[in-house]
Design a protein around this ligand. Structure first.
Ligand SMILES: Nc1ncnc2c1ncn2[C@@H]1O[C@H](COP(=O)(O)OP(=O)(O)OP(=O)(O)O)[C@@H](O)[C@H]1O
Length: 252
C-alpha cells in the first residue's frame, strides 16, 4: 500500500462520552492533496471526529495514522510539528495585537521561534516581506495596523485563516470555516480556502452545502457517529439515505 497516499487515516475510531458513542468505529481516509468535507445533520459526530483527528480529544478506541505512521498517542503540538494544523477560529487571534502582529507572530511560530521574539521581528526582514504578502493575499493590508480585537467577525475569521496558513501546514483542518459569516465573506473565504488547498490536503467540517459542493472533491456523510456515505457531492447528495438523514428520517 502507498503509505503517502493518505495524509490522515482513522481506523475503527470511537469516542465515548459516559456510555454514549459520539463517534463509533469510524474508518476514515484523508487522501493526500484532497479537499475533503465532512457533513451530516446536527449531532452526527462531525466535530468529535474533527477533534479526534486534530488530537484535541483522545479516542476511546481505534487509531490515527499520519502519512502511514501511528500518531494516536501524539498531542497537538507534535502534530503541528508534523505539519498538521487546525484552525482555532477566532480564539487563535490575539485581540490586543495588531493584524500585522498576529500574522508576524504566526510566521515566527511556524518557524519554531518563540513568540516572545515578536519584538525582534525587525531582525527577520524576510518575515516582514512574507507578512506583507500574506496580508495582501488575504485582503488585510488596509487593516494591518488595526487592533485584531476591533475587526468585524468576518475579518477576524479571515485573519485567523491567514495566521493558520502562516504556519505552512501540509494538512489543514478547518472546523466550520463559514460559521457566522455573511455572503460576501463566504465568497471570499471560499476562494481563500480553494487557494490554500493548492499543494496541501484540506479537511473541513462544514454545514454550508453550497460551499461544500463548490470546494470538496470528496465528501463523507456522518450520521449518529458513523459514516453513512462517501463520494463526490453529486454521488452522495443523490442518495435517498443521505437525504433521509437530513430530514430526520434515517433508520438504523
Ligand atoms: N463533551 C461531550 N460530552 C458529552 N456528549 C458530547 C460531548 N461532545 C459531543 N457530545 C455528543 O456527541 C454527539 C455528537 O456531537 P458532535 O458535536 O460531534 O456533532 P456534530 O455533528 O459536530 O454536530 P453539530 O453539527 O451540531 O455541530 C452529540 O449528541 C453530542 O451531544
Amino acid at each position: 500500500m502507498d503509505r503517502a497516499a493518505h495524509a490522515l487515516e482513522a481506523r475503527s475510531l470511537s469516542r465515548e462520552f459516559n456510555g454514549f458513542f459520539a463517534v463509533r468505529d469510524v474508518d476514515f481516509r484523508l487522501r493526500r492533496g484532497s479537499m475533503h468535507a465532512v457533513i451530516g445533520p446536527n449531532g452526527a459526530g462531525k466535530t468529535t471526529l474533527f477533534n479526534l483527528l486534530t488530537k484535541y480529544l483522545a479516542p476511546s478506541h481505534g487509531s490515527i495514522l499520519h502519512e502511514g505512521e501511528d500518531v494516536t498517542r501524539l498531542g497537538m503540538a507534535a502534530m503541528a510539528k508534523r505539519g498538521v494544523a487546525r484552525s482555532f477560529q477566532i480564539s487563535a487571534v490575539f485581540s490586543g495585537l495588531s493584524v500585522r502582529e498576529n500574522v508576524e507572530l504566526a510566521l515566527l511560530r511556524g518557524r519554531g521561534l518563540g513568540w516572545s521574539l515578536l519584538g525582534r521581528i525587525s531582525s527577520h526582514p524576510a518575515l516582514i516581506d512574507e507578512a506583507d504578502a500574506l496580508l495582501r493575499r488575504f485582503g488585510l493590508s488596509e487593516q494591518a495596523d488595526a487592533l485584531a480585537g476591533n475587526l468585524s467577525y468576518g475579518r477576524k475569521r479571515v485573519l485567523e485563516l491567514a495566521t493558520t496558513l502562516a504556519l505552512e501546514p501540509s494538512v489543514l483542518l478547518l472546523d466550520e470555516p463559514m460559521a457566522g459569516l455573511g455572503r460576501e465573506d463566504i465568497e471570499r473565504v471560499t476562494g481563500l480556502i480553494r487557494e490554500m488547498g493548492e499543494g496541501r490536503t484540506v479537511l473541513l467540517v462544514e454545514h454550508n452545502m453550497k460551499v461544500v459542493a463548490e470546494l470538496a472533491d470528496t465528501i463523507t456523510v456522518m450520521v449518529r457517529g458513523q459514516v453513512l456515505a462517501e463520494g463526490t457531492y453529486e454521488a452522495v447528495s443523490s442518495r435517498p439515505d443521505v437525504m433521509a438523514a437530513y430530514t430526520g428520517e434515517a433508520h438504523g
